[in-house]
Design a protein around this ligand. Structure first.
Ligand code: COA
Length: 165
């Protein structure tokens, strides 16, 4: 049984992430989405909220499960007895960072390999931060996110504005 971990911050999950998840689920027997909980980035959504949003958008993919993790990715991979890490490559600019990460992961955990999928061209420019920035200025984010995720981002932004954050 081929088991993969697809890690990230997913703050929030975008259609670009979903494209990678859906395609990974076709290739692998089981895909575990690892939601990073000790990020240096200050997230808009808590880890629990991000896990729940991912559960909601992947409800139709029976071989996909969601977990949050802290610490090293390779430890999370080993704990779950996964075979590979899945990463999406959006553009050439991702390559250097991804190469460094995959090489480092293999050095600190020999045997843990990374499988790269090229992101759908439609979403090759997309990032969670860009979506949040558009939402902050009340721009239309509906083409980047599942409808329920777009609603949650808009609600969160409105609540932040109200509380003066
Ligand atoms: N579609 C749309 N957006 C995408 C995307 C895709 N297919 N793939 C990546 N992105 C976006 C992400 O949303 C993210 O946006 P943001 O920076 O605005 O939040 C950005 O591209 C970068 O994504 P990524 O490189 O996946 O960063 P991340 O923070 O989501 O995840 C980890 C990074 C979790 C994989 C990495 O930090 C990690 O492994 N941490 C654990 C600690 C560890 O083991 N460190 C040693 C590593 S060698």
């Amino acid at each position: 049984m081929a088991v993969a971990v697809y890690p990230g911050s997913f703050d929030p999950v975008t259609l670009g992430h979903y494209d990678i998840i859906e395609r990974s689920a076709k290739i692998m027997d089981r895909v575990i989405i690892g939601v990073l909980n000790n990020n240096s980035k200050t997230p808009l959504f808590s880890a629990e909220e991000r896990v729940n949003m991912l559960k909601s958008v992947t409800a139709g993919l029976p071989n996909v499960e969601i977990q949050s993790f802290e610490g090293l990715l390779v430890d999370f991979v080993k704990k779950n007895h996964a075979d590979v890490i899945i990463r999406g490559l959006r553009a050439i600019t991702d390559f250097e960072y991804e190469l460094q990460m995959s090489q480092t992961n293999r050095v600190i955990a020999p045997g843990v390999d990374t499988l790269f999928l090229t992101t759908n061209l439609k979403y090759s420019y997309l990032s969670s931060s860009i979506v949040k920035e558009i939402a902050m200025y009340q721009g239309d984010i509906s083409m980047f996110l599942h409808p329920e995720i777009a609603r949650k981002v808009e609600e969160k932004m409105a609540a932040r504005k109200k509380s003066g954050e």
